[in-house]
Design a binder for this molecule. Structure first.
Ligand code: DER
Length: 225
């Protein structure tokens, strides 16, 4: 991946978009964490905002940063969402879910009037080619694996490192990382994945990202959809 300085530049630039009174979607991962910390500093200086976390970690970091938090059902909408990504293509389609948080991220990010992805250069690609995380109901994973293979994918149940058995998401589900090779048509694959019984959510974010801030060694590259 990229350097922490690159991630910090992207996150801090995105945090500058937060306006007085905003409801802000707080993404998950090391790059979004820089935005959360920067928003916390702005709150310390008097900025009035409410943050909607997207995961256990995002919520914990928001509390630690002093950002008032609320859940999505307590607000009338989200003004701005800031989140990371695992890969982003030339059309601003993205693969997310490296941190296993993509189900709640997608709800919050899609609800936002403006969705800004913060990334380092290692996330940018001409076309999406990383495995697509697919969150599934626990006892359906074998059936969904067969369906994913039928779509030309190669699914792998995501194993945990510090416990026996698979990764379990904040929602109590399992994750299949499904390799489809180069994803030439993200919209079609997204629709197909969403239609599979047992799939809770997948990590293809199509027609959702409005702006990408790519932190570089000497600044931030901005891409608008
Ligand atoms: O899980 C996600 O979608 C996160 O955004 C994540 O994958 C990005 O993490 P990073 O900013 O630490 O690379």
């Amino acid at each position: 991946g990229g350097t922490d300085d690159q991630k910090r530049r992207a996150g801090e630039r995105a945090a500058e978009l937060v306006a007085e009174g905003d409801v802000v979607g707080l993404g998950t991962g090391s790059t979004a964490a820089h935005a959360i910390r920067a928003i916390g500093r702005a709150v310390d200086e008097g900025l009035d905002v409410r943050g909607v976390p997207t995961s256990f970690d995002s919520r914990a970091l928001a509390r630690q940063s002093g950002i008032p938090i609320c859940s999505l059902d307590e607000v009338d909408g989200v003004d701005l969402a800031i989140d990371g990504a695992d890969q982003i293509d030339a059309d601003l389609s993205a693969i997310k879910g490296g941190g296993a948080a993509h189900a709640r991220e997608k709800v919050v990010d899609a609800a936002a009037d403006r969705f800004v992805v913060v990334a380092d250069p290692s996330k940018v690609a001409e076309s999406l080619s990383r495995p697509v995380p697919v969150e599934v109901l626990p006892d359906t994973h074998a059936a969904v694996e067969r369906d994913l293979e039928g779509l030309g994918g190669a699914p792998t149940l995501r194993r945990a490192e510090r416990k026996d058995g698979p990764v379990v998401t904040d929602n109590g589900n399992l994750l299949l990382d499904c390799d489809f090779g180069v994803v030439e048509d993200p919209a079609s694959l997204s629709t197909a994945l969403s239609g599979l019984p047992g799939v809770v959510e997948h990590g293809l974010f199509v027609d959702l990202v409005d702006t990408v801030y790519v932190g570089t060694d000497d600044g931030v590259d901005v891409r608008e959809r």
